[in-house]
Structure formats: structure tokens, C-alpha cells
Ligand binder design. Structure first.
Ligand SMILES: NC(=O)c1ccc[n+]([C@@H]2O[C@H](COP(=O)([O-])OP(=O)(O)OC[C@H]3O[C@@H](n4cnc5c(N)ncnc54)[C@H](O)[C@@H]3O)[C@@H](O)[C@H]2O)c1
Length: 288
């Protein structure tokens, strides 16, 4: 029995990169996928390769009406919608004073408005399914610790953290069995990463070394690693709908501890000392 048996997922950005890898894994685990992307030919090619439990639909995540069409197409083809993976995203460099306004607007539109529209269109269909459902939004380690060279990307992914938590709280408040979780990857070997690696800003080798050095494991991650984390949330969905439990977590991959262009790390010995002090409670305080 597969971990995703009977589950139906709508995946934005499903044509290539992390989204395509998530699509492959869900089908391998017994689920069905609707691959939604602006690159419709690539999405269709992958769907054809994956077989009957995969289909493709054209979607620009900036378009709420297109999201409604994608949700309807999913329900029409597979009978329900129980998993939404908001994976489509872009990353373009630029700081605030000199970065292009276009980059700011495009990034917020795709990385933040896109998942908002997706959740807005998908949640009513998920509620109608009558089954426990899951939303998985892809953040980034940069959502946790911003990077100077990508102002719009940092803001969009940090904004998505708030949106995801708000959705989880709302579903819990309303007793709706929909989980909302995030996965925050480090640098992952996909077309997006390769656009940085082969940008010409430095040699590809130096760019790879520098990106790898920002991760504790000193290497670039693979999309399969992210896909496993994404699928772990819907795969953990209980068989019967829970009442009103808040279930919103963030899985961080390739932790950001050594990121360049971030504030210097605090001295670990000082932190250890502070923790010891804060743990100390005199007996009278404990009983108070
Ligand atoms: N690759 C990394 O190093 C990395 C690291 C952290 C987070 N992420 C995040 O993971 C997600 C996927 O990244 P990736 O590396 O697979 O990117 P990618 O560029 O390799 O693939 C992104 C996919 O999204 C689609 N897409 C882009 N704009 C779209 C739009 N407006 N509407 C619909 N589809 C659109 C593209 O056509 C493509 O198929 C993104 O949200 C990204 O921010 C990636």
C-alpha cells in the first residue's frame, strides 16, 4: 500500500524542478496528481509519462480564475481534491534601492499572491471532499533568515509563513480537517538553481562552492529530498477527520546556519550561558 493511496493532489509548478519531482513521488506512492503550470507542454509530457493517475492543466498562479479552472479540472478528472502543493515560484536577484520594481511585483505576485489564490480556490473543494486534506506551501531557508541579494524573494517567502499559519488557525477554528504546512528547502539542484549557477556572475564551480558553503551539510540538495518532506505531510493525514486541532509546522531542509550575507552568528558559549541562567529557578519561584 502506498503512502498516498486515494489522495488527489493539485501541484502548481508541476512541470519541472521540485514540483515535477513531487508529482512523480505522489504517483509512485499511489496518489493522483494534476500538474498545473504555465509550461503546459512540459506538464502534459510528464503527465503522459506518469500514466492514468496524472493529468495536466494550464495555470498561471497569478490568475484566480485560472486557479478555479484548475481546481474544477482536478475534481472532474479524479473526483475530488485532497492535497494542494503550492510549489510554483521564482527567484530573481535585486536589493531594495537598486533592484527592479518589476522583480518586486512579479515575485510577490507569483510567490505570495499565487499561493493565496490557490488556497482560496482549493479550500472549498477540499471541504467538499469530506476527507482530511493537506496544503503544503514551499518556502525557503530564506523565509527563516533573509538574504540581502534577494529582497523580494525574502519578503515573499516570509509572507507565505504568515499566510500558512493563518490558514492552519482558521481551519482549526472552524473544525475543518485541513492541515497547512510548509517545507523550507535550502539550495536544491533544479532549473531554478541552475539559472544562478550558470548566470555568468562567477564560474559555475565557484557559485556551486559558495552556495554549498551556506549549508551545514556543505552540499546542494536534490529535489527528491524535498519531495519526501512535502509528501510526509499528506501521508500523515489521519484516516478519520480530527476535530479542531492546529497542525501547522515547518520542515527546514539544509538549515541556514552558515548562510552568507546574514548577520554574524551569536557566540555559542554565550548562548549556552544564557540558557543555563534562564533554566535556573529558585525553589520559591517554582512553587509560585
Ligand atoms: N531550487 C532551489 O534552490 C529552491 C530553494 C528554496 C526554495 N525553492 C522553492 O521551491 C519552489 C520550486 O522551485 P524550483 O527550484 O523547482 O523552481 P524551477 O524554476 O525549477 O521550477 C518552477 C516551476 O514553476 C513554474 N512556474 C513559474 N512561474 C509560474 C507561474 N506564474 N504560474 C505557474 N507556474 C509557474 C515553472 O514553469 C516551473 O515549472 C519555488 O517556490 C522556489 O522558491 C527552491
Amino acid at each position: 500500500m502506498g503512502k498516498m493511496d486515494g489522495k488527489v493532489a493539485l501541484i502548481s509548478g508541476g512541470a519541472e524542478g521540485i514540483g515535477a519531482t513531487v508529482g512523480r513521488l505522489i504517483v509512485a506512492e499511489g496518489g493522483s496528481v494534476m500538474l498545473a503550470d504555465v509550461q503546459i507542454d512540459k506538464a502534459r509530457e510528464l503527465a503522459a509519462e506518469l500514466g492514468d493517475r496524472a493529468a495536466a492543466v494550464e495555470l498561471d498562479v497569478r490568475d484566480l480564475d485560472a486557479w478555479h479552472r484548475a481546481v474544477d479540472a482536478t475534481v472532474e478528472r479524479f473526483g475530488k481534491l485532497t492535497v494542494l502543493c503550492n510549489i510554483a515560484g521564482i527567484s530573481e536577484p535585486g536589493n531594495v534601492p537598486e533592484g527592479s520594481l518589476d522583480v518586486w511585483q512579479r515575485t510577490i505576485d507569483i510567490n505570495l499572491n499565487g499561493p493565496y489564490y490557490g488556497c482560496r480556490a482549493a479550500i472549498p473543494a477540499m471541504e467538499k471532499s469530506g476527507e482530511p486534506c493537506a496544503i503544503v506551501n514551499i518556502g525557503s531557508m530564506i523565509a527563516i533568515r533573509a538574504a540581502a541579494f534577494v529582497a523580494a524573494y525574502s519578503a515573499s517567502k516570509a509572507g507565505l509563513v504568515g499566510l500558512t499559519r493563518s490558514i492552519a488557525l482558521d481551519c482549526a477554528d472552524r473544525g475543518v480537517p485541513i492541515r497547512a504546512n510548509m517545507v523550507h528547502p535550502g539550495a536544491i539542484r533544479t532549473p531554478m538553481y541552475n539559472r544562478y549557477k550558470f548566470s555568468g556572475a562567477d564560474t559555475p564551480e565557484n557559485i556551486e562552492t559558495n552556495f554549498a558553503a551556506t549549508h551545514p551539510m556543505s552540499r546542494i540538495g536534490e529535489p527528491e529530498e524535498v519531495a519526501k518532506a512535502v509528501v510526509s505531510s499528506p501521508a500523515m493525514m489521519p484516516a478519520s477527520p480530527p476535530a479542531a486541532t492546529l497542525r501547522s509546522t515547518a520542515a527546514v531542509q539544509s538549515g541556514p546556519e552558515n548562510m552568507s550575507q546574514t548577520p554574524p552568528r551569536p557566540d555559542r558559549r554565550a548562548l549556552r550561558g544564557r540558557r543555563q541562567v534562564s533554566r535556573y529557578r529558585p525553589c520559591s519561584a517554582r512553587s509560585a
